[in-house]
Design a protein around this ligand. Structure first.
Ligand code: ZN
Ligand code: ZN
Length: 409
């Protein structure tokens, strides 16, 4: 593979949150070989002059649903798996072209998609998967209306979840997902927007079921992520050993402090509610679901302040469905209403890398890491909106290969 020496631009050091001049970065065999503030000698490497531009790590979105090809998840589950897979490859390519070189999928993506990326069949981001999310009957993976008692289309690729009830079934569900290649386990522990019969406030799964799933995940050295909005649901999840707390819109101070103490990581997903509020109904979101959006949307910005003050690390999440995926980057400006750009950039790099269990390999440009990087026309620390203006992403590299390169040769 070609070697590249990036030189002459500004280097965004995500660890120190500073822009540094005069840093050179050598890429060899898909890996960052050297990063130095002195000139690097590499006579065989292709020199790339970055004058006036910023070099930074590729972004990591820690909450996506790549197989959600429709906003209407019930309809999505009824699509042929082949169609879902082909649409998914386009959705994933869109993510990569928005600068996300790794995504953590929070329900739906399977090992086949992950292998397809590794084989180069899909020009998409690295994929970290949980397989199907575990949910209870009437919970957030149960998309049936009250009048529909037919079984769910759980075997199809377009089904984001599977229903399991009781200790034995949840253990089996977790073990099957792990056997099928899940990197972590996802559970639905609270009501949700996209499911029709569960109001936001309801708790889902018993403590005993959650504890059993956490034990299964911990037995194989991984963790549980839970879909949670309300303070009560988040507190219970933390007490049961859940590590990755999705959404967290309605969290309060004491629970946030407990989460911080337990070492949990939160993954707010404000882009989802902005996107659903703007266009969800137009793309088939049902009235029951539309009515729930505001409940979680209003708490979003306040939850960021509570999590920050309590010291809970926050990953970057977008959680968009179907036709709304193009809003993936508005999470940056939405969070920037209350958080500084540098902190949001850390969320979309170092902290999301932790949830992917790929610390040191993604989300930073240091020796030994994957050569996943962006060249940005602008300074994201001064103006984070440059990360939303995709024409300002002059180059996108993943694993040492350019997927976009508009730098002058
Ligand atoms: Zn969720
Ligand atoms: Zn989600």
């Amino acid at each position: 593979m070609t070697a590249y020496l990036f030189t002459g631009g500004q280097f965004l050091d995500v660890k120190t949150k500073k822009m540094v001049e005069g840093v050179e970065v050598l890429i060899e065999d898909g890996i960052v070989r050297d990063v130095s503030n002195k000139p690097i000698t590499a006579s065989s490497a292709q020199r790339i002059d970055l004058r006036g531009k910023t070099l930074m790590p590729g972004l990591v979105d820690a909450h996506v649903h790549v197989v959600a090809t429709l906003v209407d998840l019930a309809a999505n589950a009824e699509l042929p798996s082949s169609l879902v897979a082909l649409r998914t490859s386009k959705i994933m390519n869109g993510m990569l072209m928005r600068g996300f070189t790794t995504v953590r999928d929070l329900a739906g993506a399977d090992l086949g998609l992950k292998l397809a990326v590794e084989e180069g069949l899909i020009d998409g981001p690295r994929l970290v998967i949980c397989g199907k999310a575990l949910g209870q009957t009437g919970g957030h993976t149960d998309y049936r209306t009250r009048f529909d008692n037919r079984p769910l289309h759980e075997a199809s690729l377009g089904a984001l979840g599977r229903i399991c009830n009781g200790i034995d079934e949840v253990r089996r569900g977790a073990r099957e997902e792990i056997r099928n290649g899940a990197d972590f386990i996802k559970i639905m522990a609270n009501g949700g927007v996209a499911s029709p019969t569960d109001p936001i406030h309801v708790l889902q799964y018993s403590r005993e079921e959650i504890i059993a799933i956490v034990e299964e995940a911990n037995n194989v050295g991984t963790y549980v992520s839970a879909h949670v909005y309300t303070d009560a649901a988040i507190r219970r999840a933390v007490e049961c050993g859940v590590h990755s707390l999705e959404h967290c819109n309605l969290i309060e101070k004491e629970t946030a402090e407990l989460a911080a103490k337990s070492g949990a990581i939160a993954c707010p997903t404000l882009a989802a509610y902005e996107g659903l509020a703007m266009e969800g109904e137009a793309f088939g979101l049902k009235p029951d679901s539309v009515a729930k959006i505001e409940t979680v949307r209003v708490g979003g910005l306040r939850s960021l302040e509570i999590l920050r003050d309590a010291g809970v690390p926050m990953a970057y999440g977008s959680d968009l469905l179907g036709q709304l995926h193009h809003y993936q980057s508005i999470e940056f400006s939405t969070r920037n209403k209350v958080l500084p750009a540098a902190d949001i950039i850390q969320s979309a790099t170092l902290i999301s890398a932790k949830l992917c269990r790929l610390e040191g390999q993604i989300g930073e440009l240091s020796p030994g890491a994957f050569a996943d990087l962006l060249v940005v026309d602008g300074n994201p620390l001064d103006d984070i909106s440059v990360l939303e203006q995709h024409d300002k992403l002059t180059a996108i590299m993943k694993g040492g290969r350019f997927y976009k390169n508009e730098l002058a040769a």
